[in-house]
Design a protein around this ligand. Structure first.
Ligand SMILES: Cc1cc2nc3c(=O)[nH]c(=O)nc-3n(C[C@H](O)[C@H](O)[C@H](O)COP(=O)(O)OP(=O)(O)OC[C@H]3O[C@@H](n4cnc5c(N)ncnc54)[C@H](O)[C@@H]3O)c2cc1C
Length: 325
C-alpha cells in the first residue's frame, strides 16, 4: 500500500521548527536524507485518503466492514472470542479492540481514564488554488511554529493541492474547570502575541469544530484471553510527534509478524504485547515531553532556542530511536 499512500500524499522537503513569536528558524530536518537513513519515505497524507487506501486493501482481502454497530462486550472461549453488540455477535480466533482513546473494551482490562492535557486543536484545510495569498509560505515543507502555550503546524497534502493547518493551544477555561473549554475566543487570545505569519493562518481554520487533546498513562496489559488492544485504545498519545496513527500501523505489522512466527494465537498475542507495550509507552511519554519543549516560555524558551539553533541539522541522535529499525 505504500506506493498508493505516497501517490496520494506529499513527500515534503524539510521539517522546520520556527519560533512562533519572532518567526525565527530554530532547526530543521532534511526529510530526503531521513528517507535514505531509515529506508522509507517520510510522507504526509490526508486522513481520509489514508482511510480510503486501507479500506480498498481490506475489501480486496475479503474483510467485511460493518458500520453503525457498537461493540459492547467481549466473551471468551478457550480458543476464540466473541465481539458482542446489540444486534449481532461475531466470533473469531481473536478480537482486536481498535475503538480509540475512549475505548469501551479497554475497560475490560484496565480502570484507567483518559487524561486531559488542557490543550485543544483547531484545524483547517485550504485549497491552494483559491488562496493566492499563501504564495509566501514554504509549500514543500512541514513547518511548526512553537510558542508559549501554543503552536501552529502547516503542511501540504493531496500532491500539494491543499494546505493543512493545525493550531493548538492551552485553554485557560480547561485549567479553570469550565465545561465549555477551548472556545474560538480562547483561540484568538492564545495566538494574539504570535508573529504575523502565524496570525495569518487563523482566519482559515474551521471554527465550528475543535479537538480536545487527551492521552492516557501507558498500561502493561493489552491482552486478556483472545482479546487484544491496538491503536489509540492501547496507547493514546498527544499528537506532538505525529505518531498516533503511525504507531497503530506498527501494531498491525508487529501482530502480523508474531502471528507468522508462533504456532498459536495465545503465544502470538503475548509476544505482540511484550514488544509493543514497551515501545509505545516510550512514544507516549516522549510526546508529552515534546509538548512541554514546544510550549515553554521565558528562560526555558530562550534556552530551548539557543540549543536548537546550535543543533547540526544532520544530528539524528534524538530521532534514531523513533524512526530507525
Ligand atoms: C489534532 C490531531 C492531530 C493528529 N495528527 C497525527 C499525525 O500527524 N500522525 C499520526 O500518526 N497521528 C496523528 N493523530 C493521531 C491519530 O488521529 C490517532 O492516533 C488515530 O486516529 C488512532 O486510530 P484508531 O483507529 O486507533 O482510533 P480512532 O481513529 O479513534 O478510531 C476508533 C474507531 O472506533 C469506533 N468505535 C468506538 N467505540 C466503538 C465500539 N464500542 N464499537 C465499535 N466501534 C467503536 C469509533 O467510531 C472510531 O471509528 C492526530 C490526532 C489529533 C487529534
Amino acid at each position: 500500500m505504500l506506493d498508493e499512500v505516497v501517490d496520494h500524499g506529499v513527500t515534503p522537503r524539510r521539517l522546520v521548527l520556527r519560533d512562533a513569536l519572532d518567526d525565527r528558524e530554530l532547526t530543521h530536518l532534511d526529510l530526503a536524507h531521513l528517507a535514505h537513513r531509515y529506508g522509507a519515505p517520510y510522507v504526509v497524507v490526508h486522513r481520509s485518503d489514508l482511510h480510503a487506501v486501507l479500506l480498498r486493501a481490506c475489501r480486496a482481502a475479503g474483510v467485511d466492514l460493518v458500520t453503525g454497530t457498537a461493540v459492547t462486550d467481549v466473551e471468551h472461549g478457550p480458543d476464540h472470542a466473541v465481539a458482542v453488540s446489540a444486534h449481532r455477535c461475531d466470533t473469531g480466533r481473536i478480537v482486536l479492540a481498535a475503538d480509540g482513546t475512549a475505548s469501551r473494551l479497554r475497560r475490560l482490562l484496565s480502570d484507567d481514564e483518559p487524561v486531559s492535557s488542557a490543550y485543544v486543536a483547531y484545524r483547517g484545510t485550504l485549497p491552494l488554488a483559491e488562496h493566492p495569498d499563501t504564495t509566501d509560505l514554504a509549500l514543500d515543507d512541514v513547518v511548526v511554529h512553537v510558542g508559549p502555550g501554543c503552536h501552529l503546524v502547516q503542511y501540504p497534502l493531496r500532491r500539494g493541492e491543499v494546505l493543512n493547518q493545525v493550531a493548538v493551544f492551552r485553554s485557560p477555561g480547561a485549567l479553570a474547570g469550565h465545561e465549555d473549554w477551548g472556545t474560538p475566543d480562547e483561540l484568538d487570545a492564545a495566538f494574539a502575541a504570535t508573529c504575523a505569519t502565524v496570525r495569518a493562518a487563523l482566519p482559515n481554520l474551521w471554527r465550528d469544530r475543535r479537538w480536545r487533546m487527551y492521552d492516557r498513562e501507558p498500561i502493561g496489559t493489552w491482552v486478556r484471553g483472545r482479546l487484544a488492544l491496538t491503536g489509540d485504545a492501547a496507547h493514546p498519545m498527544l499528537q506532538y510527534l505525529a505518531q498516533g496513527a503511525c504507531q497503530a500501523i506498527e501494531d498491525a505489522a508487529c501482530l502480523a509478524e508474531q502471528a507468522d512466527a508462533h504456532p498459536d494465537w495465545d503465544a502470538a498475542l503475548a509476544a505482540y504485547a511484550a514488544t509493543r507495550t514497551v515501545r509505545t509507552a516510550h512514544v507516549q511519554r516522549t510526546a508529552r515531553q515534546w509538548g512541554e519543549l514546544w510550549h515553554c516560555d521565558g528562560l526555558f524558551r530562550a534556552t530551548r532556542n539557543a540549543l536548537l539553533s546550535d543543533r547540526d541539522p544532520a544530528d539524528y541522535r534524538y530521532i534514531d530511536w523513533l524512526h530507525g529499525p
